[in-house]
Design a protein around this ligand. Structure first.
Ligand SMILES: C[S@@+](CC[C@H](N)C(=O)[O-])C[C@H]1O[C@@H](n2cnc3c(N)ncnc32)[C@H](O)[C@@H]1O
Length: 422
């Protein structure tokens, strides 16, 4: 495809995504369906351009007014995801000169907001929480995330899968903390790899694997994954139960639960029961009250821990949305807690960076539910033989799991654990 046509397509995709009426990856998927002529290399260039624009939107919007032509074209030029010489052959002499001027601006000459590229509703609480560490976090959020796999412990061994992937030209390393994880080098296409099609591996961030590990579900138990979505954690939990017992996968989105089904098929699990619920107080929950050994609440959240993968999330939300999420999170946690037997384990988790969705919810729950006793996560990780457990936790006695992209190379995750008093 001619460079000019590729740049035009990039600008059009940027225009569609910046409406922010749908998630950026859904907009890109729709765009590729509508433009079947785009090959894999062109699609990669378009995606990389879009994600660069979303990551550095404030910086590029600051540069854009000094250029010429439509705004989306200027943004696409600044974030272009293909080779420089390819881009140059699509530009007018005036555009080339403008791009070189933009490239020459030193980061130190930019305002802070044009360097961190974060909205104020996110900057303020993160600065308050992190102090000096705010900038390493902000920098890490401008980069891509690694590709992690979880080896299905039901049917495969990590070292063997690593060898198998290597033979297929896919290099990987064991993840430092999760016993099931492999971190893959580069961005190889996995969908056709035999290890993937036969269910020996699933794509899952190392941090997400640790959340499933913390539930510590055992053989023969009754377990609920309350916000199961497409089942990333459900699959890990079901494998940990060695495909025995009963694992309910609840979610209010039947559509997301549908995406769990093919993954269940590949995984070999038959102990999982997906159930679409209307809301967190659904009658079906009442019927199962007091029957569960373990409940995971992987709550709906801002997803700010996943900004490397979903940079549009910072532009599609605001403080009012976080306030509404916090109310929902406490309601979901309170309702899910009713499912537990005395002695049972409750895990609350998010992929948010914000204390308002994390420590504040855990603290409010503890205050309202004195029969749920907090279990320090650091001690649990140590018992589960997770390397470097202390460095993964925060709060008094390592009370909470707190993973950060700039410290742990994972997405940002939070978890708290309670045991219901017998
Ligand atoms: C963080 S996502 C879950 C991700 C999933 N556990 C995984 O590992 O792939 C949160 C999920 O909560 C679901 N949800 C939203 N409101 C809910 C509610 N009131 N009760 C149960 N689930 C809810 C959303 O549909 C979404 O799938």
């Amino acid at each position: 495809m001619h460079p000019k046509a590729v740049l035009d397509a990039c600008a059009e995709l940027v225009r569609e995504a910046l409406v922010f009426d749908h998630p950026a990856d859904a907009v890109a998927a729709r765009f590729f369906r509508a433009h079947r002529g785009l090959g894999p290399r062109e699609r990669a260039t378009l995606s990389d351009t879009l994600f660069a624009v979303l990551r550095r939107k404030l910086q590029y919007e600051h540069f854009a007014p000094s250029g010429s032509g439509p705004r989306e074209r200027r943004l696409a030029i600044l974030g272009f995801g293909g080779p420089r010489d390819f881009l140059f052959s699509a530009l007018t002499p005036q555009e080339k000169e403008w791009l070189q001027q933009c490239d020459a601006v030193a980061p130190s000459d930019l305002l802070e907001r044009h360097r961190h590229n974060l909205p104020e509703w996110l900057v303020q609480p993160l600065r308050a929480q992190l102090g000096q560490d705010f900038w390493p976090l902000a920098d890490s959020l401008l980069g891509p995330a690694p590709l992690d796999l979880r080896v299905n412990q039901l049917s495969a061994k990590r070292a063997e899968v690593q060898q198998e992937l290597k033979a297929a030209g896919i290099e990987s390393q064991p993840t430092p903390h999760s016993p099931w994880g492999l971190r893959v080098q580069g961005k190889p296409s996995l969908n056709r790899a035999d290890a993937f099609t036969r269910g020996a591996v699933e794509v899952q961030d190392e941090g997400s694997q640790l959340l499933a590990l913390l539930l510590d579900a055992r053989r023969g138990e009754m377990v609920t994954d309350f916000c199961a979505g497409a089942g990333g954690k459900t699959l890990a939990i079901g494998a940990g139960m060695r495909n025995t017992g009963r694992l309910y996968a609840f979610d209010t989105s039947a559509h997301r639960l549908d995406a769990l089904k093919p993954r269940l098929g590949r995984s070999g699990l038959s102990n999982v029961h997906p159930v679409a619920i209307a809301h967190e107080r659904d009658e079906r929950i009442k019927r199962l009250a007091g029957k569960m050994d373990r409940v995971l609440v992987d709550a709906p959240c801002s997803g700010t821990g996943t900004l490397r993968r979903h940079p549009d999330l910072k532009w599609r939300q605001n403080q009012a949305a976080i306030d509404a999420l916090a109310t929902l999170q406490l309601a979901v946690l309170q309702s899910a807690a009713r499912l537990l037997k005395p002695g049972g384990r409750l895990v609350y988790a998010t992929c948010s960076l914000l204390a308002q969705e994390n420590e504040a919810i855990a603290t409010a729950f503890s205050a309202a539910q004195p029969t749920f006793v907090a279990v320090p996560v650091a001690a649990e990780l140590e018992r589960l033989k997770v390397a470097g457990a202390d460095g993964l936790c925060a709060g008094e006695d390592g009370r909470f799991l707190r993973l950060w992209p700039h410290r742990h190379a994972t997405d940002g995750f939070f978890a708290a654990i309670w045991q219901r008093q017998a």
